[in-house]
Write a protein that binds this ligand. Structure first.
Ligand code: MN
Length: 235
């Protein structure tokens, strides 16, 4: 019996695979990695104090097990007094690769979703000021509420249309997918030059302007035209 080929046993319980529902099928989308693009709408870059014109795209990550699905409660996280919402279009990768060209990039997309890049803005700002990494501001428990995945075979590749977020029925963020500085194929090109993409990867593509704080008891409702909605209560 070859030990290497037999099923391993583990000294602690192995972590469960986090996954999201896919519209139109009972099968779920398993999550391998969660990448995020920083400052990808000009108006948001300006509101955060940056010049949007010449900056190449940059990336950070959340943890796969930070993802929660539509209608799940997002518990107000520890050690922040400035919890921000960021509504984003999410790309779900179905086919992996490195150094993917913009021409081939969309062949690697399985589908799209609506997501929230929840941010402990005070901790992120402190990390930026001290030139420290961003995980404490970005990659905390349940910090990535993401709605159902909608397949490319159903909706194609959305590149224009409204993206907005309401909190308790009041419009807080508005934008249009056509305002993305780095479009989805360009994001995939840049990201796949840095990392080997694989099926199960998610890419949160950045947020339009209007980011702000949310409080316990409020309900966030995000929408992207042609993709769908997400409703997330803050608990
Ligand atoms: Mn973001």
């Amino acid at each position: 019996m070859n030990e290497a080929l037999s099923m391993p046993t583990y000294v602690v319980n192995p972590p469960a695979t986090t996954s999201l529902p896919v519209r139109g099928t009972k099968a779920r989308f398993p999550i391998r990695r969660v990448y995020c693009v920083g400052r990808n709408y000009a108006a948001h870059a300006v509101e955060m104090g940056h010049d949007p014109n010449k900056e190449p795209p940059f990336f950070f990550q959340k943890n796969p097990d930070n993802v929660i699905q539509d209608s799940e409660t997002f518990p107000y996280p520890s050690l922040t007094n400035d919890l921000h919402f960021e509504i984003e279009l999410v790309v779900a990768i179905g086919k992996g690769g490195s150094n993917i060209t913009t021409e081939k990039a969309l062949d690697h997309v399985y589908g799209y979703a609506v997501g929230l890049d929840m941010t402990r803005r005070d901790l992120q700002t402190e990390a930026k000021n001290l030139q420290r990494p961003w995980e404490v501001g970005k990659a905390f428990e349940r910090s990535a509420p993401i709605g159902e995945i909608v397949r490319v075979s159903e909706i194609g590749h959305p590149d224009k249309g409204a993206i907005w977020l309401d909190v308790d029925g009041k419009r807080r963020q508005t934008g249009d997918l056509n305002q993305l500085i780095w479009k989805v194929p360009e994001v995939i090109r840049h990201l796949s030059a840095l990392f080997a993409l694989a099926p199960g990867d998610l890419i949160m593509t950045g947020t339009p302007s209007g980011v702000g704080a949310v409080k316990k008891g409020e309900v966030m409702h995000g929408h992207v035209d042609g993709v769908g909605d997400i409703k997330t209560p803050v608990g």
